[in-house]
Design a protein around this ligand. Structure first.
Ligand SMILES: NC(=O)C1=CN([C@@H]2O[C@H](COP(=O)(O)OP(=O)(O)OC[C@H]3O[C@@H](n4cnc5c(N)ncnc54)[C@H](OP(=O)(O)O)[C@@H]3O)[C@@H](O)[C@H]2O)C=CC1
Ligand SMILES: CC(=O)[C@H](N)C(=O)O
Length: 455
């Protein structure tokens, strides 16, 4: 086995186990993990297919191990992990990818099919987690990636048991995440829609053609990081905010790096200014391909303390501001049959937080509006992505946490945080990932949180 070098391989030295690796998504994951430098143990029942993939990986200079294993058999799973650890080293990454489904309405009663799906999709996942979790917690390091599905969130006639199994994976993952986050172990759920397998193209986070992006709230924090990363990936970026002096500094930095950026003074609550922002962008850089609705504000205060003017401000920026920007680009995108709207939601688009009621309401609005807009424009070539960050170290977060004067909230929140929070660049990477996938792919939601602050 030829091993990779440290320099160009982000997963150099890591050991990964991928179940269901003999074809489709599992094979693609194995290849990409190996290309990134991981030593990959590939598990499935069809050993001949695994061996072919192992040979291909070896030819590319990667390290892979083909292990015959039926995930429904707990003893075989334990052996898989023992063999992997004695050959490659302790498991850092487990990708629970093996899964099966049958399309048939439940009333037609094929109970043996129900059992098979429960055995693979639920018990199989548990068998694999059971074989690695103690070691990961002891070593204070590990990542469990569970292949859920869009069926882990929505029902679909004909796949009731499969849907139930993926709801199980979602619920179990959320709970496990809370249990092990302080032990250095991360738990990720991936929710793919329909995937053409095998042979899905690999995509890199670069832009094939020069795209025009508008980023609101670009003068600092997350918006500034997104602007820099979009420009570095080749987009021409119009940056909007009220503090144009800050925008100009970022514009200069981007120009020095060889990128193209435009600094535009714009208050997103003012519809006329937003229309001008888009007109100016289109006449200077070209039609808008990507809109990142990032501008947002919050105040940490319980509603009962009645600062109604703060409620209005949050509604104006976080709801009306987002609508103003969408209103200024959506017809053009639909006409051109191409466009991507990225809405900066929040973990608070999914969960409540004392002191953030109006903010939370505004992000629930963003989630609901985005889901509906997505259904309206998906056939017009337009994609709508919601990013849901947990706490991110930005000027906005630092200011609001250090100046809050609400007694109830002061008991709940401390600053600095008791654990590492996210850097704005992490959120920028998620935006870049979403907008650089091929046109037929829609990354509709990305929830990214500090490891120790799960939902
Ligand atoms: N930080 C965090 O923990 C999280 C943040 N988010 C979301 O990410 C987004 C960015 O947050 P973050 O970077 O932390 O915030 P910051 O407060 O650090 O930055 C906010 C940005 O929004 C701009 N902005 C505010 N009001 C307006 C307005 N009326 N018109 C135009 N621009 C405006 C500000 O620019 P200027 O003042 O120059 O106009 C600034 O560039 C928000 O939507 C927020 O809800 C989501 C989850 C977590
Ligand atoms: C801005 C916040 O602090 C909030 N927790 C969020 O995640 O959006």
């Amino acid at each position: 086995m030829q091993s990779s070098t440290r320099d160009d391989k982000p997963l150099y030295g890591k050991v990964a186990v991928v179940t269901g690796a003999s074809s489709g998504i599992g094979a693609a994951i194995s290849r990409q993990l190996a290309a990134a430098g991981a030593k990959v143990a590939m598990a499935a029942r069809r050993e001949n297919l695994l061996k072919k993939i192992q040979d291909e990986i070896s030819k590319e200079g990667g390290a892979a191990l083909a292990v015959r294993c039926d995930v429904t058999n707990r003893a075989e799973v334990k052996e898989l992990i023992q063999h992997t650890e004695s050959t490659l080293g302790p498991v850092d990454i487990l990708v629970n990818n093996a899964g099966i489904w049958v399309i048939r309405c439940m009333k037609n009663l094929h109970e043996e099919e129900w059992d098979q799906q429960v055995d693979v999709n639920i018990k199989g996942v548990l068998n694999c987690i059971g074989a690695v979790i103690s070691g990961m917690c002891e070593r204070k390091r590990g990542h469990i990636v569970n292949m859920s599905s869009q069926s882990g969130k929505t029902p679909l006639v004909g796949i009731a048991v499969y849907t139930g199994s993926k709801f199980f994976v979602e619920g179990m993952s959320r709970t496990l995440r809370q249990e092990v986050c302080k032990d250095g172990v991360r738990v990720t759920c991936i929710q793919p829609g329909e995937v053409e397998t095998p042979g899905f193209a690999r995509y890199l986070m670069t832009m094939e053609d020069e795209q025009v992006a508008v980023v609101t709230g670009a003068s600092c924090g997350i918006g500034a990081a997104i602007s820099r990363q979009l420009a570095a990936a080749g987009a021409k970026v119009a940056m909007a905010a009220r503090r144009v002096n800050l925008l100009k500094e970022i514009q200069d930095d981007i120009s020095k790096e060889g990128g193209v950026a435009l600094a535009v003074k714009c208050d997103v609550t003012n519809r006329a200014e937003v229309k001008e922002l888009i007109q100016h962008t289109e006449s200077t850089l070209g039609p808008v391909d990507i809109l990142v609705n990032n501008a947002g504000i919050w105040v940490i205060r319980c509603m009962k303390n009645l600062h109604e003017e703060e409620w209005d401000q949050q509604v104006d920026v976080n709801i009306k501001g987002v609508l103003n920007c969408i209103g200024a680009v959506i017809s053009g995108m639909c006409e051109r049959k191409r466009g991507h709207i990225v809405n900066m939601s929040s973990e608070n688009g999914m969960k409540p937080a004392v002191g953030f009621a109006v903010y939370t309401g505004s992000k629930f609005f963003v989630e609901g509006m985005s889901r509906t807009l997505r259904q309206e424009v998906c056939k017009d070539g337009v994609r709508v992505t919601c990013i849901q960050p947990g706490d991110v170290e930005t000027p906005g977060l630092a200011t609001t946490l250090t100046t809050m004067d609400d007694e109830q909230c002061k008991q709940l929140y401390t600053y600095p945080f008791p654990y590492p929070v996210l850097e704005p660049e992490v959120i920028a990477q998620t935006v870049l990932y979403a907008v650089t996938t091929p046109d037929h792919v829609a990354v509709n939601e990305i929830l990214v949180q500090p490891r120790e602050g799960p939902l």
